[in-house]
Design a protein around this ligand. Structure first.
Ligand SMILES: Cc1cc2nc3c(=O)[nH]c(=O)nc-3n(C[C@H](O)[C@H](O)[C@H](O)COP(=O)(O)OP(=O)(O)OC[C@H]3O[C@@H](n4cnc5c(N)ncnc54)[C@H](O)[C@@H]3O)c2cc1C
Ligand code: FES
Length: 286
């Protein structure tokens, strides 16, 4: 089929094709591209900030663990979109938030956004966490890896689950907005490598893991790979299922470039489409 030469007719035809394609997709799986308006850019510390972004249309349903691919404007070196977990959603305000750590050109540029600026997002991408079989769960977040855990805590709490959260970081300033979990959790534990907040030591050394029996029916974790691997090993040792949200490097975000491949026991999978959430029992070498 050739496209009509007239640009107006061509646009109409392309829109029709898009509508036909979209009509067959369940609404929960549809992806959107919107220019969000920055409502606020809250600087949490030198390295971390939260962007609250208002959607120009009604926000679609967003599940915990899903992420957005963000276009970084005014940054000539940042050619590719950058992936960020959806940190929070406020349905009343029609906003979503991203919790971001400055690590390079893209995240530093986004950190300069001001209220009233616009930001283009493709979202919601990726899968979500599974529901646990039992009632008690533990959420573990290391540094900015805590980002997908807030929506998860809210969602599990709404389903009547008893939620504990363990937040770890190098130092006090890496423990990000711990108060936000209080309404949705039974216990919230903190560890820092230097002992400036909570228990001193790395996250897997927390006294919680010293208990002989843990009643959790699932442990969910996100953070640096070595941390997630150590949490998975502890979970396996105690016979508790464990799901992790992987933060592999990504480019396209929709399964085309294969740069985010992860090796599983069922073969290679894309982290952006078949993840980012995986059961650690299915990950090869975990
Ligand atoms: C599904 C997913 C969800 C994510 N959620 C968040 C989030 O909620 N908040 C947040 O701050 N970050 C998150 N990240 C990581 C974030 O995408 C990267 O930090 C960001 O792309 C870096 O962009 P940059 O241009 O600032 O840095 P670059 O200049 O691209 O890189 C700077 C340095 O950071 C390293 N780096 C880049 N991406 C990653 C990564 N994915 N993991 C580890 N190191 C990386 C590079 O190797 C390099 O050393 C997520 C990543 C994925 C895949
Ligand atoms: S980022 Fe391109 S396939 Fe996952």
């Amino acid at each position: 089929m050739s496209l009509p030469p007239n640009p107006v007719n061509r646009k109409k035809l392309l829109n029709r094709i898009a509508n036909v394609l979209e009509s067959g997709i369940p609404s929960s799986m549809k992806k959107h591209m919107h220019d969000f308006r920055v409502v606020r850019n809250d600087r949490l510390s030198e390295h971390y900030y939260v962007l609250e972004l208002e959607c120009p249309q009604h926000l679609p349903e967003i599940f915990p663990g899903q992420f957005a691919e963000v276009r970084v404007d005014h940054s000539p070196l940042t050619y590719l979109r950058r992936p960020f977990s959806i940190y929070d959603v406020d349905i009343q305000a029609n906003t979503l938030s991203l919790l971001i750590k400055k690590v390079g050109e893209g995240t530093v540029t986004l950190g300069r956004l001001k209220a009233g600026d616009f930001l283009n997002l493709v979202y919601p991408l990726g899968n979500t966490f599974s529901d646990p079989d039992g009632d008690e769960v533990l959420l573990v977040g290391g540094g900015v890896g805590i980002a997908p855990m807030l929506l998860l805590a809210k969602s599990l709490y709404a389903k009547g689950k008893i939620v504990d959260v363990l937040i770890g970081g190098r130092s006090r300033s890496d423990i990000l907005e711990p108060h936000l979990y209080e309404p949705f959790t039974r216990n919230s534990y903190i560890t820092t490598d230097d002992g400036s907040a909570g228990e001193k030591g790395i996250i897997t050394q927390h006294s919680l893991f010293g208990k002989d029996v843990l009643n959790y029916s699932m442990i969910y974790a996100c953070g640096p790979d070595p941390m997630m691997k150590a949490i998975a090993a502890l979970a396996h040792l105690k016979g508790i299922p464990c799901e992790v949200s992987l933060e592999n490097l990504m480019a396209c975000g929709f399964g085309a470039c294969l740069c985010c491949i992860v090796e599983t026991k069922e073969g290679n999978k894309t982290t952006c489409v078949e993840g980012p959430v995986f059961n650690t029992r299915n990950l090869a070498g975990w």
